[in-house]
Design a protein around this ligand. Structure first.
Ligand code: CAA
Length: 258
């Protein structure tokens, strides 16, 4: 498929990579760019050769937020009609893990896009922020909700109300990012992590992602029941039989994704 705003690659076995590609606008997230990103991820999600995806920008910017020129004159009805935020929901339906590889600016919708992914690998120059308050609005694609659940109320308040930015090291300390690496290496670190996950039992990976995400949605009792059902369901798979047999026979498992 031909894309105008993203580049799609296969940098390692089992890994699909999407690069946001509007460098002159710091990868500001226009509607067409978001549609292309979601289509690319959905197509990788149904591709048996891919087990994990990476979304990245460039060294200077992951993304500087939703495109301000697209919404500057909009009314609320315009925003609803153009599904300005609704299209972001498609990311939640992706079954395979998605890793954000973030360098430079991850602002506004850029920060929210990284937060909506399952893990974040950051370069040392990464900067996370929700500067919407400077525009007279608030985060609209999950910033107030996912940040609060991840880094806690105190810091989320400061970020949403007063444009407090987090450095990569701060983001790691507060549990927002998984790994921080030098600029020259962060993408390789993300791709390596993705390749490792892609080599694991595919159905178990999907259900593990789903169960962890459910922890952000529900009560502990409901979440434990949800987890238990996924655990039991995996005993219907060939990979569970293979994984446990391989352990007992002291050999490496050969996953089938069945
Ligand atoms: N939307 C549209 N264009 C953007 C943009 C954005 N979010 N961010 C940067 N650009 C464009 C600029 O308009 C500029 O375009 P021109 O060259 O055509 O003038 C170009 O990118 C370069 O930007 P700057 O000249 O501002 O470069 P800088 O180095 O001085 O600053 C920056 C870089 C700090 C990223 C700054 O551009 C900036 O603050 N951008 C806006 C960040 C922001 O407010 N994001 C939140 C958007 S709202 C949102 O995301 C809502 C939501 O919750 C979904």
């Amino acid at each position: 498929m031909d894309y105008e705003n993203i580049l799609v690659e296969r940098p390692a076995e089992g890994v699909g990579l999407v690069r946001l590609n509007r460098p002159r606008a710091f990868n500001a997230l226009t509607g067409p760019l978001m549609d292309e990103l979601m289509s690319a991820l959905e197509s990788m999600d149904t591709d048996d050769a891919i087990g994990c995806m990476v979304v990245t920008g460039n060294e200077k910017a992951f993304a500087a937020g939703a495109d301000i020129s697209e919404m500057a004159q909009a009314t609320p009805v315009d925003m609803i009609d153009m599904a300005f935020i609704a299209r972001w929901e498609r990311l939640r339906s992706i079954h395979k893990p998605v890793i954000a590889a973030v360098s430079g600016y991850a602002l506004g919708g850029g920060c929210e896009l990284a937060l909506a992914c399952d893990m974040i690998v950051a370069s040392e120059t990464a900067q996370f922020g929700q500067p919407e308050i400077n525009l007279g609005v608030i985060p609209g694609a999950g910033g107030t909700q996912r940040l609060t659940r991840t880094i806690g109320k105190a810091l989320a308040m400061e970020m949403a109300l007063n444009d407090r930015r987090l450095t990569a090291d701060e983001a790691a300390r507060f549990g927002l990012v998984n790994h921080v690496a030098p600029v020259a290496e962060y993408l390789d670190v993300a791709v390596k992590l993705a390749a490792e996950i892609a080599a694991r039992a595919p159905l178990a990976v999907r259900l593990a992602k789903d169960a962890v995400n459910m922890a952000l949605e529900t009560t502990l009792s409901a979440g434990l029941a949800y987890e238990r059902n996924h655990f039991y369901a995996l005993f219907a798979t060939e990979d569970q039989k293979e994984g446990m047999a391989a352990f007992l026979e002291k050999r490496k498992p050969a996953w089938q994704g069945k």
